[in-house]
Design a protein around this ligand. Structure first.
Ligand code: 2HA
Ligand code: ZN
Length: 272
């Protein structure tokens, strides 16, 4: 099968197109990676070429040796993925040591995988292990309201989570672990990769202060849905604060009742 006709390509394109229309991807902002199952790689093998050059990942990910990833390109625009996936996206293979990658399809007019590749792959390695291989998506976007809140809310997991949980009753059901907050850091390097991975051990959502949001998911719907849910909570929060702040809210007892009724493992460490 032509890789452009594959179901996983359709899912990848739908996420990038919808997310651009949401306003989360100005210019070349944001990046998306999908760990492609071996059976799906096999189904598109006629579209693939040999690795021409092995290049350093910038991180070491032995847990991903031999894996394939569909990745957005560095400097490429999310809004163009739909128009020409072969120019804006690549399928890459990881070498047997987890130190280098090689392109086997895409980026036909040149380019490299996303500048956030070290962070994406470190988090794929972690989540693959933690979820018995179920997690396949890592996704980073620049959602406006969420970024705005990082200038106003205290930059710690507890206060940030509590504020967003309070913004919509079902949000604690969507991210019951809460979310982690990384302070301002230089994008694209190993330091932000390490800080994000540390938080991803407990969470599925990590805020990058004054930059954006970083999420994971088993599939495209889950990753997009998580980004959408957190950004919507942030939008409500911005509106509430613009209207003069909370006059009433969801209480700790309310959250505990919700957790019981919905049978969710709410991270009550973040509630006190
Ligand atoms: O421009 O969003 O974090 C791509 C990015 C880097
Ligand atoms: Zn970014």
């Amino acid at each position: 099968m032509d890789i452009k006709a594959a179901k996983f390509m359709e899912g990848f394109i739908r996420l990038t197109a919808d997310a651009f229309k949401k306003g989360w991807h100005e210019r070349n902002g944001g990046n998306l990676t999908y760990r492609v199952p071996a059976s799906e790689v096999e189904s598109v093998k006629d579209s693939l070429h040999e690795v021409k050059e092995w290049l350093p990942i910038g991180n070491t990910v032995p847990g991903l040796a031999g894996e394939y990833f569909l990745v957005t390109g560095s400097g490429k625009y999310m809004r163009n993925v739909e128009l020409a996936p072969e120019e804006n996206v690549a399928l890459i293979k990881i070498d047997e040591k987890g130190e280098n990658y090689g392109i086997v399809w895409g980026l036909v007019k040149g380019g490299r995988p996303t500048s956030e590749l070290p962070t994406h792959l470190a988090n794929h390695e972690l989540k693959k292990k933690l979820t018995d291989g179920k997690n396949r998506i890592i996704y980073h976007a620049h959602p406006t309201n969420l970024i705005a809140l990082t200038f106003v809310l205290p930059l710690n997991d507890k206060e940030f989570t509590r504020e967003l949980w309070e913004m919509a009753t079902e949000d604690p059901v969507i991210f019951p672990e809460g979310l982690g907050v990384v302070p301002w850091m230089v994008p694209g390097g190993k330091a932000i990769a390490d800080a994000s991975t540390k938080l991803m051990e407990k969470y599925r959502v990590v805020v990058w202060a004054h930059h954006g949001l970083f999420v994971c998911g088993d599939d495209f719907d889950e990753a997009f849905g998580l980004m959408d849910t957190v950004e919507k909570a942030a939008e409500i929060c911005v509106k509430v604060r613009s209207m003069g702040g909370k006059k009433q809210t969801i209480t700790k007892e309310n959250f505990l009742d919700l957790a019981k009724e919905f049978n969710i493992d709410l991270n009550t460490d973040l509630l006190d």
